[in-house]
Design a protein. Structure first.
Length: 359
């Protein structure tokens, strides 16, 4: 017998804040708050509200959804969510999936092809995703011990590089909030461009980070490492309810010569601890679906042995036949170039006589 869907209720900002206050022990990702929704709105995106899900009067989970209007695949996405307040059992999660599926099929205000969210216990109809959108493993640093013990917990390599950075004159400063946008645009974004070009990824443009700093300023810190008064490395951390995240960072070639990123992150840990944070997540590391994170994994492992598994982001189709057809088209599009290269390679390696016969 299929269990009844959960009862759901859309939350106002005041409702959300009251709910969060009643559950102070639950880690709520900043991306699952109204404050992040405000940031998305400023970027021109379309938040679709935060819902609470109840089993009778017992709160089970909350989820903040963002409306995506990509061509041929309108969807609702819970970024780094949902947040669980009850035990996340396979049956409870399957019931939430069923609820979300029924909820948005019946919602006249939106017609998504699928809903995307993190699922720990995968069962039908959960599938995909069409593309991965969130990391699956991260390293977390415990900030509750005293600073000497935190430092001692680092790998010897990190401790040595931090000391060398200090000897080489690296200075770490916290940028004052009223100067964030200007400093980032004029001094720090070029470092991000250099980092992206060096490591082979595409960064957001400067306006994205400036909007982040302006809209989420109550929950952010911007810290910069300088060598001879020249910025060489920077980081942005988030903070919410005692949990911090090393969210964005970049470093120049000069920073690597002086080990500035190591000292910068160590100084950030101390500032975050003093502000009352009990832990700092270092965001994604290498996993099956994210092999490209191998480089940053080496750096992050220097600071903690604690690796957390994050539930994988999957899709919940609301129109299964259309979703399946789209998935097949996208898979063909991704695989076709590799198959064509393989065919071309085989043809290239054919003996001359064989090529002549083909002609």
């Amino acid at each position: 017998m299929t269990p009844a869907p959960y009862r759901f209720q859309q939350l106002s900002r005041e409702d959300f804040e009251a709910l969060a206050d009643r559950h102070a022990d639950v880690v709520i990702p900043l991306e699952q708050t109204p404050y992040w929704a405000d940031f998305e709105t400023q970027l021109g995106r379309d938040p679709y509200g935060i819902w609470a899900y109840y089993d009778g009067d017992k709160l089970v989970a909350t989820a903040s959804f963002l409306r995506s209007r990509r061509r041929f695949r309108p969807s609702l996405v819970a970024v780094n969510g949902p947040t669980w307040f009850a035990e996340r059992t396979p049956d409870a999660e399957a019931r939430l999936v069923q609820t979300v599926q029924a909820q948005f099929r019946a919602d006249p205000g939106v017609k998504p092809l699928y809903v995307r969210m993190q699922v720990e216990h995968r069962r039908d109809p959960v599938t995909g995703p069409l593309e991965h959108g969130w990391y699956e493993r991260e390293i977390v640093v415990d900030l509750t011990p005293d600073t000497e013990k935190i430092f001692a917990s680092f790998r010897s390599n990190a401790r040595n590089l931090i000391r060398k950075a200090e000897k080489l004159g690296v200075q770490v400063r916290t940028v004052e909030r009223d100067a964030w946008a200007k400093v980032f645009r004029t001094e720090l974004f070029p470092i991000m461009q250099e980092t992206a070009a060096r490591d082979g990824f595409s960064s957001f443009d400067s306006s994205f980070y400036e909007t982040l700093l302006e809209e989420l300023g109550d929950h952010l810190r911007l810290m910069v490492a300088y060598v001879e008064d020249k910025p060489v490395s920077w980081l942005i951390t988030t903070e919410y309810r005692g949990y911090s995240v090393y969210y964005f960072a970049a470093s120049s070639r000069d920073a690597r010569k002086t080990n500035a990123p190591y000292l910068l992150l160590w100084e950030a840990f101390k500032v975050l601890k003093d502000a009352g944070n009990t832990a700092c997540g270092l965001t994604g590391i290498e996993s099956e679906n994210y092999p490209s994170l191998a480089n940053v994994t080496t750096f992050k492992r220097n600071f903690s042995k604690t690796v957390i598994t994050v539930p994988t982001t999957y899709d919940i189709p609301l129109a299964p036949a259309r979703y399946k057809a789209l998935a097949a088209v996208l898979r063909l599009r991704r695989e076709a170039p590799a198959k064509l290269r393989a065919i071309a390679g085989r043809v290239k390696n054919l003996p001359t006589s064989a090529k002549a016969r083909r002609d």
